[in-house]
Design a protein around this ligand. Structure first.
Ligand code: KIV
Length: 284
């Protein structure tokens, strides 16, 4: 079967067929090639790149220009996955017209297919305006890292009946505003299941249990590449830190002990050219 590019309609159809949606982050060309080759449905160019690619303490300082730079690199590598650009902090919260313009830049300059933004009911008018401008929007509620400070840290959300009920209302407001999907982050599994059952649009969980319509993980977490923060909901499918460190150390040792480069890693020249070259050196 020939593979075709995933659209938001394909994601809606997957929910209808109760087929799980797969989503992963990627931040560069090589990473995007690898994720796309694994036939992942959605690639999120997440603002988590601020932490895993740039070494920042949080996602808050990430800028539009940084996001667009990484989006373009991913778009060159991924031909089939639906590409979502993550709107960075303060690119959509201050004014609706600014939000529309910045969302548009993700499509025009970042070459992605849709945008994601954080927030619930309070973001509904912004979501509606962006969608009305022709740009598909993925919502993100629960633990919203851009407002972690307001939430009192990176904490599970919706653990009381009142807070859980509020999350349901946020999700319904985002669906009503036109979101095509919603990320549920760090939410008790029964709450995420209840939201997923009530929505017509797909939910994508991260630390939200198996009742969501899809799952997302951060590329570096899944590969065991980044352990400055290690949420308990992450499943590591590889621990690539060790083999990478070992490869770097082996390279260093080879250079220090003059085993690299060997003959097969070096270029030669024709004997007559070499002789002429050596003669010219002797004459100088
Ligand atoms: O930025 C990101 O990687 C995200 C995911 C955690 C959903 O928002």
């Amino acid at each position: 079967m020939t593979r075709k590019k995933i659209s938001i309609l394909d994601l809606a159809a997957k929910k209808k067929r109760q087929e799980p949606i797969t989503m992963l982050t990627a931040y560069d060309y090589t990473g995007a090639l690898l994720v796309d080759a694994a036939e992942i449905d959605v690639i999120l160019i997440g603002d988590s790149l601020g932490m895993v690619m740039m070494g920042l303490e949080s996602t808050v300082p990430v800028t539009m220009e940084e996001m667009l730079h990484h989006c373009r690199a991913v778009a060159r590598g991924a031909k089939y996955a639906h590409l979502v650009g993550d709107m960075p902090f303060l690119s959509y919260q201050a004014e609706i017209s600014e939000a529309i313009r910045n969302a548009g830049r993700f499509l025009k300059e970042g070459n992605v297919d849709s945008v994601k933004l954080e927030g619930g009911t309070e973001m509904a008018p912004t979501v509606r305006a962006i969608v009305d401008a022709g740009i598909p929007v993925m919502g993100h509620i629960g633990l919203t890292p851009q407002s972690a400070s307001k939430l009192g840290g990176f904490k599970t959300q919706g653990r009381t009946a009142t807070a859980a009920r509020r999350l349901v209302d946020h999700a319904l407001a985002l669906e009503d505003a036109g979101c095509y999907a919603i990320v549920l982050e760090a939410v008790p599994a029964p709450v995420a299941t209840a939201i997923s059952e009530r929505l017509r649009i797909p939910t994508i969980g991260i630390g939200a249990g198996p009742g969501c319509d899809g799952q997302v993980l951060v590329y570096h977490d899944l590969l065991g590449l980044y352990d400055r923060v290690q949420p308990s909901f992450v499943k590591e499918y590889a621990r690539l830190q060790e083999p990478i460190r070992e490869a770097f150390a082996a390279y260093r040792q080879d250079v220090v002990e003059r085993r690299f480069p060997a003959a097969e890693h070096s270029f030669t020249m024709k004997v007559e050219e070499l002789e002429a070259f050596q003669k010219s050196l002797e004459q100088s």
